[in-house]
Write a protein that binds this ligand. Structure first.
Ligand code: ZN
Length: 416
């Protein structure tokens, strides 16, 4: 072996060049990418990544939801593969790095192992999952969700875009309706490198985010019902002002987020006021509530607090208030051994680092239901993602890929 394992580094220029080449497919005028799931452009992107995988000597398997697994053989074919990947579909105004980085970083790991003719005990696989973004078809994280059994293949197949086209038809049309049963593909360990999509690493001037887990979330629809009346003739004491009561609840959502730091989040992002007229006391207010935290206990506590607050406000105001939970994702702690592998690789490589929880959903959450999983974050400019101006530094992308390489090698065991 020409290079000692601890000195092994990926080729950052090649990683960057591949990212830029893939970003040409669906490139937008503002420098972003629009490559919606199962579109013609998605097919072109998939075909390009698969061709790179084949050039790197990997064998390709596609499952029934269009997830693609590219395999580099290990010495022991009986061992489950150490897998890494992400997604290559984007938002309508997406960037070059979200998802794509995770897939091409994994590919770069394989290319690097090939360059240095390093064999591993366990096979290594590069995966990309169908429709992570959920922009064209709902639900989000569709491919990995079907894979882990979060919902059924039939449910995913029936999802329609705004033109009425189904996932099943579009998969077949672009040639990615595979034959393998989703979830039948063994995984020994799963790693996903991703841009942070938040401002924490950049703000702290750190290169690598070690991700202990992903925030759980609880979403609610809240409706306060009062009574419309004229803003002039109705004295303050005789009103049933739905907005006035709603604003107290909205403030409490923020208070609850603040009460459980450092990972508590409380957001009201959507408000509808009826009849929304300047001189009418609002008769009804509908708004969304989004609560997040890192542990199930804390999220449950926040849940109970908002319900209790709504109840007490309803009694004190005499107004009817309904609150309904419409979505729930439990917090996802990553596997201690995978988190440690990332932490150790980062330390050995000498990069500055901190722990960062993920506030966004990733395929790794669903992979974590079937196998030990972990994530690696690198900074993105101003923390901005899901935007055409999404940007990241080549040196940070290289650093994250080096961490991925060494974390995967620890799990896959180089043959020496
Ligand atoms: Zn992503």
């Amino acid at each position: 072996m020409a290079v000692a394992l601890r000195d092994l580094r990926i080729n950052g220029d090649r990683l960057w060049a591949s990212l830029m080449e893939l970003a040409q497919i669906g490139a937008t005028a503002k420098g972003g990418v629009k490559r919606l799931a199962l579109s013609d452009l998605d097919k072109q992107g998939r075909d390009l990544v698969v061709s790179w995988g084949k050039q790197a000597g990997m064998t390709v398997t596609v499952d029934k939801i269009g997830n693609v697994f590219m395999r580099r053989a290990g010495r022991n074919a009986a061992l489950p593969p150490v897998m890494s990947g992400s997604h290559i579909d984007t938002q309508p105004t997406g960037g070059k790095f979200d998802g794509n980085y995770g897939v091409l970083a994994a590919l770069e790991v394989v290319r690097t192992l090939n360059d240095h003719q390093i064999q591993t005990e366990a096979p290594i696989e590069v995966a990309f999952w169908t429709n992570e973004e959920g922009s064209r078809f709902v639900p989000v994280m569709m491919g990995s969700g079907v894979f882990c059994g979060a919902f059924t293949l039939e449910h995913a197949y029936a999802a329609k875009d705004i033109d009425g086209k189904t996932v099943a038809d579009e998969l077949a049309r672009i040639g990615y309706l595979g034959t393998e049963e989703p979830g039948q593909h063994p995984i020994g360990a799963y790693f996903e490198a991703h841009i942070e999509q938040g401002p924490v690493l950049e703000d702290a001037d750190k290169v690598i985010g070690v991700v202990p887990g992903v925030l759980g979330l609880s979403w609610y629809d809240c409706v306060v019902t009062g009574m419309e009346a004229h803003a002039g003739p109705t004295p303050m004491g005789l009103r049933k002002d739905a907005l006035q009561v709603a604003t107290h609840i909205m403030q409490e959502v923020v208070n609850i987020g603040n009460r459980y730091p450092p990972y508590g989040r409380g957001t009201v992002g959507m408000v509808q006021v009826f009849p929304n007229s300047r001189n009418v006391i609002p008769g009804e207010v509908k708004f969304s509530i989004d609560l997040r935290n890192v542990s199930t206990d804390l999220l449950d506590t926040m849940h109970n607090e908002i319900l209790a607050y709504v109840d007490s406000r309803s009694r004190s105001s005499g107004l009817k208030i309904s609150i309904e939970r419409v979505s729930y994702f439990p917090p996802c702690p990553f596997h201690p051994e995978c988190v440690d592998a990332v932490r150790k690789a980062t330390a050995n490589l000498g990069y500055s680092t901190m722990e960062v929880v993920s506030g966004a959903g990733h395929d790794a959450i669903y992979a974590a239901r079937l196998a030990p999983a972990g994530m690696i974050f690198v900074p993105c400019k101003d923390g901005i993602s899901h935007n055409e101006i999404e940007d990241a530094k080549a040196e940070h992308l290289s650093a994250g890929c080096n961490v991925l390489l060494h974390a995967m090698l620890e799990r896959a065991q180089p043959v020496v």
